[in-house]
Design a protein around this ligand. Structure first.
Ligand code: DGL
Length: 280
């Protein structure tokens, strides 16, 4: 079992993802929490999580958690949909600081947005197979009809930088037509990478009006509420902007920097390579 008794408002917030995608969540967190410092871990040596078994994802998530806990953090954010789907409950039971995943905030956002109560959820194979979003949504609003689709080619497209143009548009049409034909009015991007395809999805299906929602903004909102309610909001500390976020990856820091700039929409200056032991 992993323990942290640290409950100090001046500690950093820990964020991890299987790789780069969690930067879409970090970007929202940075905006909403200008006083906070972050430590981000991208498990780039083991990405993708989306095609792996629940047991493997739990082991990976536990290793990332252990690394961040040892950095001394006051709150953990699992910024990966697949890891949130498979490992959130396990991690919550094993550490003593608050943990937030991205599934619940995303699910709440679609419930708020839908008017016709027909929603589409897209994500990795792992996220879709876990039915994590359905479970949260049905718990809160039984009358919502949910249509899901795994979109495994979206992650490599985004990683390659192919977020606009003919190819991503064709792939989006292939994956999304069946759920759009169900008459959904809201589509949840249940994967860290998909916000970068939002424009392409909108353009590809410009003939129908669909509200596109991603978990990042809603997660950041939930983090603000939690920090306030737990009295963990940092105050009166001078922030040195360049030192505000520390980045760690388990492989290829240069590639992380290059692609990461697109996710974060700003330059990432320094990324440290680290090796983390896999925990059983
Ligand atoms: N971060 C993952 C997610 O949000 C996508 C990439 C992966 O498969 O690891 O599900």
């Amino acid at each position: 079992m992993l323990y942290s008794n640290l409950n100090n408002e001046n500690l950093k917030i820990g964020v991890f993802d299987s790789g780069i995608g969690g930067l879409t969540v970090l970007a929202e967190l940075k905006k909403k929490l200008p006083e906070e410092e972050f430590v981000y871990l991208g498990d780039t040596a083991r990405v993708p999580y989306g095609t792996r078994s629940p047991e493997t994802v739990i082991r990976y998530a536990r290793s990332c958690t252990n690394f961040l806990i040892n950095k001394g953090i006051k709150l953990l954010i699992i910024a990966c949909n697949t890891a949130s789907s498979y490992a959130l409950d396990t991690i919550k039971g094993e550490i003593q600081i608050p943990v937030i995943g991205v599934v619940e905030p995303g699910a709440k956002a679609v419930i708020k947005k839908t008017k016709n109560k027909r929603v589409g959820i897209i994500g990795t194979e792992g996220t879709i197979n876990s039915q994590s979003y359905e479970k949260v949504i049905k718990n809160i609003a039984k009358d919502i009809n949910i249509f899901t689709m795994a979109c495994p080619l979206f992650v490599p497209l985004v990683e390659e930088g192919w977020t606009e143009g003919e190819i991503p548009s064709m792939v989006a049409r292939k994956y999304l037509t069946p759920i759009i034909e169900e008459g959904i009015d809201t589509l949840l991007l249940g994967c860290t990478h998909y916000p970068l395809l939002k424009r392409t999805i909108q353009v590809t299906f410009s003939e129908v009006y669909i509200e596109i929602v991603d978990s990042a903004e809603e997660t950041a909102r939930e983090v603000v509420n939690l920090l306030q309610s737990c009295k963990l909001m940092r105050k009166d500390i001078k922030i040195i902007e360049e030192k505000r976020i520390k980045y760690f990856v388990t492989d290829a820091p240069e590639k992380f920097k290059k692609i990461g700039n697109r996710f974060l929409k700003e330059n990432i200056e320094h990324v440290e390579w680290i090796d983390i032991p896999i925990m059983l």
